[in-house]
Design a protein around this ligand. Sequence first.
Ligand SMILES: Cc1cc2nc3c(=O)[nH]c(=O)nc-3n(C[C@H](O)[C@H](O)[C@H](O)COP(=O)(O)O)c2cc1C
Length: 353
Amino acid sequence: MSATQSDLMQRFELDLPVVQGPFGGGLSTVQLAATVSDRGGLGSFGAHARAPETIATLTRELAAATSRRFALNLWISDHDPGGERLDAAEFDRAWRVFEPFYRELGVERPEPPTRFHPSYDAQVEALLEARPPVFSFVFGVPSSTVIQACRQRDILTVGTATSVAEAEALDAAGVDAIVATGAEAGGHRVSWLERAEDALMGTFALVQLVADRVRAPVIAAGGIADARGVRAALALGAQAAQIGTAFLACAESGTTDAHRAILFGPEAHRTRLTRAFTGRLARGVRNRWIETFEARQHELPPFPVTAWFVSNLRAAAQAAGDTGLVSLWCGQIAPNLRHRHAAELMQALHDGL
Ligand SMILES: Cc1cc2nc3c(=O)[nH]c(=O)nc-3n(C[C@H](O)[C@H](O)[C@H](O)COP(=O)(O)O)c2cc1C
C-alpha cells in the first residue's frame, strides 16, 4: 500500500482499508458496526431516520460496544420540494395513491404526522453534542459552521459524491474523506447537485475521475464485496472501499431473514433503480411494488412523504410474509455474496488484502 493510502488508514485508525456502509431506515445495528470496527475496519450506523433525542444514547451504545472508531451517518437534505408539509387536500391525494395496498394488507388510513421525517438541523446539533469519532453524510454538504464545529470537536467528516462536481464541492468544503459511489450500489442514489437519474456514473469511472481531482482521500463505493474488489478500488486511486450490500446480507444487520434469503438467491440478479419506495431513486430487487409504480412514478408524492406512507405498511407486509410490497435494497454485486456473518466477511477481507 502506498504512503497516501496509509494516510487515510492512519487518520481513521484503520487496520484494513474497509468501511462498512451505513444503512438508514432501521437496517443498521450497533452489533454490525462494532464487529467491523473491532476487526480494523470503520463500522457505520445510519441514523437519518432517528429522532434527534435518540442520537446521544445511540452514540454512547456504539462507543460502549467498540473501543475503535465508528461513523454516525445522516442525510443532509431531509425533504424534497413539496415534501415537507402537506395540506389536507395534498395528504388526501397522496393517500389515494397508496390506499389499495393499505386495504390489501388490512392497514388503517394513518393520521398525518407532525413531521414526515426528523429534522436534519436538530439531528446534527445532537450529533455535535454526542461527538461520535466520525460523521458521514449523504445528500449534500454541511454548512461551514458544522464542518468547523466537527474540526473543533475532533469529529472526522466523510461526504458522499455521485459525480465529479459533488466531489469537488465536498473537497472545497474541507471534508476529511470523500466516498465516490457508483450507480451499482444498493440503496439510495444520494445525488444533490443533479437529479439522481442524471448522475448514474459507475464506480470504475467515477473513482478515477474523482481521485485525480480532489485533495481529500477517496473511498470507493458500489459493486465491491470482496478483497478483489477492494484491491481494484485501491488500484483506481481510492484509499479504501465502502461495502454495503455484503454487510447488509450478514446476520448482524437489521434486515429480515426474507430479505437476506433474496440477497443470496436468484432474484438478486434483477435489481432496479426506482423512486417507488421513498420518492428518491434507490436500487433494490425488482418486485411487485416496483413493477406497479414503474409507469406511475409521476403519481408518487415527493420524499419523505412516499417513504412515510410505505413505512407504515412494512410491518403488515412482513407479517404477511409478502416480499412483493417491501423494499429489498440490493446492489448489483449481490450474486457474488458468500458470507453470512460480518466477522467472516472481515476475516476474508483481511486474508485477501
Ligand atoms: C439498505 C441500504 C441502506 C443504505 N443507507 C445508507 C444511508 O443511510 N447513508 C449512506 O451514506 N449510505 C447508505 N447506503 C449505501 C451504503 O452505505 C454503501 O455505500 C453502498 O451499499 C455500497 O455499495 P454496495 O451496495 O454495492 O456495496 C445504503 C445502502 C443500502 C444497501
